[in-house]
Design a protein around this ligand. Structure first.
Ligand SMILES: CC(C)(COP(=O)(O)OP(=O)(O)OC[C@H]1O[C@@H](n2cnc3c(N)ncnc32)[C@H](O)[C@@H]1OP(=O)(O)O)[C@@H](O)C(=O)NCCC(=O)NCCS
Length: 150
């Protein structure tokens, strides 16, 4: 993600979450050395503006020591169920291997079945629950991890 992608990323964020991050939070992530925001883009056809592309999904991860933490992944509603989140998750894993990370971690709302199914597909295991972690609705977070073999 580049600073110029902020409006497109915010539109996806707002469509995906009831309590979206602010633009300021995204700007801050862009400044942290340990943080990366991947974007998935689709090329536009000539009628839409040839040569340009549109951001359709993003994924935020942190690389700290030998751990990769996936903070957020979201796909614009009209582009879901086409394997885009799967592609982003695979890319994070590739980068985690390249950085010799030992562990991938993430948290997910207990009710988020789409995300839980996605993470299970990548062999993340539920290792704990943070009760009422999401203060907005008092929902539990499921903590998931995936060990990486070197
Ligand atoms: C969760 C989310 C990122 C999935 O993105 P996506 O691009 O549609 O997912 P993919 O097409 O790559 O799906 C990969 C697999 O995940 C699972 N999955 C994805 N969406 C699902 C859904 N609505 N219901 C059940 N399983 C789902 C399936 O196993 C799917 O494989 P399949 O399509 O072959 O059955 C998307 O629904 C989204 O943006 N949701 C709102 C934001 C969010 O909740 N993010 C996660 C928490 S941070």
């Amino acid at each position: 993600m580049l600073a110029d992608d902020l409006d497109a990323v915010m539109a996806i964020e707002r469509a995906a979450f009831r309590h979206p991050w602010s633009p300021e939070l995204f700007r801050r992530e862009l400044e942290h050395d340990w943080s990366t925001i991947l974007v998935a883009v689709e090329p536009l056809t000539s009628a839409q503006g040839k040569g340009s592309e549109r951001v359709v999904a993003f994924l935020i991860y942190w690389l700290v020591h030998d751990e990769v933490h996936v903070l957020n992944v979201a796909v614009s509603p009209e582009h879901r169920r086409k394997g885009i989140a799967r592609m982003l998750m695979a890319e994070v894993e590739k980068r985690a291997h390249a950085a010799s990370a030992a562990l991938l971690t993430l948290e997910v709302r207990r009710s988020n079945h789409a995300a839980l199914d996605l993470y299970r597909e990548f062999d993340y295991r539920a290792v704990g629950v943070r009760p009422k972690y999401y203060a907005d609705e008092g929902e539990d977070a499921i903590v998931m991890v995936k060990e990486l073999k070197s």
